[in-house]
Design a protein around this ligand. Structure first.
Ligand SMILES: Cc1ncc(COP(=O)(O)O)c(C=O)c1O
Length: 441
């Protein structure tokens, strides 16, 4: 694979050693094309959708064009909006807000990142609280009450013994509960498992629900097409696909999004306020663009996706999964290493532990001694880590007591090595060699 990054990024050194970035699932460095494109954009940067000057016009055109690039990259239906959201967390909060106005429950998978789960609990809980307003003296109760009410509206569907979603169970849930929207990640952030998005979508639509897909860990590694896969709403973060300038997006149907007042309202996203104070609304994407937008975030996403398309998603997928398979094969041979994903579900992420070693200590050592960056911990999927490590209720009670008393050292965790187009075979060899040395101590 060619080098798509500036040399100063690829040649970053720690104590003289070239830094190996195996934490690509957390975030990614900007592509060279993104850095260059952003620099160029900044030379003509001006107020987006606000000014009549030349810089405003150029800035607005490039900004709007980035929506078209995103729409085309994800194979969205023609009548779709691209709403800029900051990140996936922001996008899920927007959707949870809209859906809270509709009757029915929410179904969320048991492997969702908390960003694709908690916004639904909060929005549903706030809605269930209704018009009840409280005195300031009762403020302590409100967060708990929202969680309790929201929790009743948000149901979870889980994995079977093979670590896959059971379509019959999902169908049962859709049939027996009044599910208005089902949320599913296209790829687990911890194991990389990619569920069959299309098949689940067919079930969701059979029962008249909407389908929200978290594409955060997927779209930079695998080809995606919303129409073919039956996705109603797709959410993703620019920083996961080589555009770390604070951009994220939601793609969804115009027909749906035109019905709602924007999640945030104020300046810039409405055309007129009458003398009686009635605000008129746009029936276009601008309605969901409150305030001065993060134009650089948006534009950088357009450039990054344009570049990924040029490289070719099939080629990227083959390259990255090849590296991941190689690392898996080698790590599998090392005594004391426990890999926490099956070969069948392997994509671009390897979660593992080393017997008798604390995961965070191993990650620290990989950085300090070997200049290898990985992440260790719970990855915002505490339930997945509990399952993988088979944490018993008794162990969990002790962990909770420790954490509540301020001691997080007993928290269980796993190590995650995650691969991208910035890696090569030498990176894999460096990781394998380092793990061999750590386990042979
Ligand atoms: C699958 C998945 N969903 C959502 C998120 C949240 O993304 P962000 O922090 O960009 O909002 C992440 C981040 O790690 C993720 O991996």
């Amino acid at each position: 694979m060619d080098n798509f990054f500036n040399d100063r990024i690829m040649d970053f050194r720690v104590d003289g050693k070239r830094y190996v970035n195996l934490d690509n699932a957390a975030t990614t460095s900007p592509l060279k094309a993104v850095e260059d494109g952003v620099e160029k954009y900044l030379t003509t940067y001006g107020s987006v959708h606000r000014g009549s000057g030349e810089k405003s016009k150029i800035s607005t055109d490039v900004y709007e064009h980035s929506r078209e690039i995103i729409k085309s990259f994800v194979g969205a239906p023609e009548e779709s909006y691209v709403i800029f959201s900051g990140n996936t967390t922001g996008g899920m909060n927007i959707l949870a807000h809209f859906f809270s106005f509709l009757k029915g429950k929410v179904a969320v998978s048991s492997i969702e990142h908390s960003s694709s789960w908690l916004p639904w609990i909060k929005a549903e809980g706030e809605k269930a609280l209704g018009s009840e307003q409280i005195n300031y003296t009762e403020i302590d109760k409100i967060a708990g009450k929202i969680q309790e009410l929201g929790g009743k509206q948000v149901l979870t569907y889980g994995l079977n013994e093979d670590g896959e979603f059971d379509l019959a169970k999902i169908e049962e849930l859709l049939k027996t509960e009044k599910i208005k929207v089902l949320v599913l990640t296209a790829s687990s952030n911890l194991t990389g498992y990619c569920p069959d998005i299309k098949k689940v979508g067919e079930l969701v639509h059979k029962y008249g629900a909407f389908y929200v897909v978290d594409g955060c860990q997927f779209i930079q590694h695998h080809p995606i097409n919303m129409v073919e896969m039956g996705i109603d709403f797709l959410v993703a973060s620019g920083h996961k696909f080589y555009a770390p300038y604070g951009g994220g997006f939601v793609v969804g149907p115009k027909e749906f999004l035109d019905k709602f007042l924007p999640y945030q309202i104020g300046g810039g996203n409405l055309p007129y306020i009458t003398s009686e104070g009635r605000f008129l609304r746009y029936e276009n994407q601008l309605a969901h663009d409150p305030g001065t937008p993060n134009a650089v975030g948006a534009v950088s996403m357009g450039i990054a996706l344009g570049e990924l398309k040029k490289i070719g998603l099939d080629k990227i997928e083959e390259y990255e999964t090849g590296l991941t398979r190689l690392a898996y094969q080698e790590l599998e041979k090392i005594d004391g290493v426990k890999l926490l994903v099956s070969k069948k579900h392997l994509s671009t992420v390897i979660p593992f532990v080393i017997e008798g070693e604390n995961a965070s200590d191993v990650a620290e050592e990989l950085n300090a001694k070997y200049a290898i960056g990985v992440r260790a911990g719970n990855f915002c999927v505490y339930h997945v880590v509990r399952d993988l490590l088979k944490i018993t209720p008794e162990q969990e009670r002790r962990i909770v007591a420790d954490v509540e008393s301020g001691d997080t050292s007993t928290m269980p965790g796993v190590i995650r090595a995650s691969f991208s187009i910035c890696n090569n075979r030498e990176d894999v060899e460096r990781l394998v060699e380092a793990i061999k040395q750590i386990t042979s101590k």
